[in-house]
Design a binder for this molecule. Structure first.
Ligand code: MLT
Length: 208
């Protein structure tokens, strides 16, 4: 099913099987709500998939928040969009009666960055996350005690867009906020590789 909510988030929704985790798939710059659906289906066959489209446009390319230049983020907009998306996901989950099931975000690049912002600012929204080629989305630190979320961060060794140092710093920030984080560096650039798929599949088993 494809739809649009009053908040302006276009989305793709697949109800999937009746038990187990719900995947929230978050695309990269220039992507859409359809982009990562096949990845979600491969990662956890049969899982419900909720996949929104970022509502910010950069020269016609959808994103989850504005940036001022490559790698320079509009932090006010990151906060606003992370809060709006978290609220939208929360109400979708409640309306679709999914609240008792684990929610796991899977984000790539810009989608990983908005997932990280939501993990930091809305610590009960996700029980898990896979962040593929992320960066630190916000300058401020978030402290938390008992967030039970488990996060897998995967950086590409030769990634010029989201350098390994950014993934390392993000992993630290997420730990400070209470998440348990695994950081893996794969021999790849910004594009995803077979290693990403394998590592994410292994990680997601714990939520089934
Ligand atoms: C971003 O959020 O800007 C990304 O990390 C880089 C990109 O989307 O190209």
């Amino acid at each position: 099913m494809t739809g649009e909510e009053a908040s302006g988030f276009l989305f793709h929704w697949e109800p999937g099987v009746a038990t187990g985790p719900v995947l929230v798939m978050l695309h990269g710059t220039g992507g859409s709500e359809h982009d990562l659906v096949p990845l979600g289906q491969r990662l956890l066959p049969g899982a419900p998939i909720l996949s929104p489209r970022g509502r910010v446009l950069e020269r016609g390319m959808p994103r989850f928040f504005r940036r001022l230049a490559e790698g320079v983020f509009d932090h006010d907009n990151v906060r606003d969009e992370a809060d709006a998306l978290a609220t939208w996901i929360g109400s979708f989950v409640t309306t679709a009666d999914l609240a008792p099931r684990p929610r796991v975000a899977v984000g790539y690049s810009n989608g990983a960055n908005i997932a990280a912002a939501m993990l930091l600012r809305h610590q009960d929204l996700f029980q898990g996350a896979v962040l593929l080629r992320p960066m630190v989305p916000l300058p401020e630190h978030y402290r938390g005690e008992s967030s039970s979320s488990r996060v897998l961060v995967i950086a590409g060794q030769r990634d010029p867009i989201a350098p390994v140092a950014q993934a390392e710093e993000l992993a630290k920030r997420l730990e400070e906020s209470g998440s348990r984080v695994d950081l893996v560096v794969v021999p790849a650039s910004h594009e995803l590789s077979a290693d990403d798929l394998r590592l994410a599949q292994q990680f997601l088993h714990q939520f089934s």
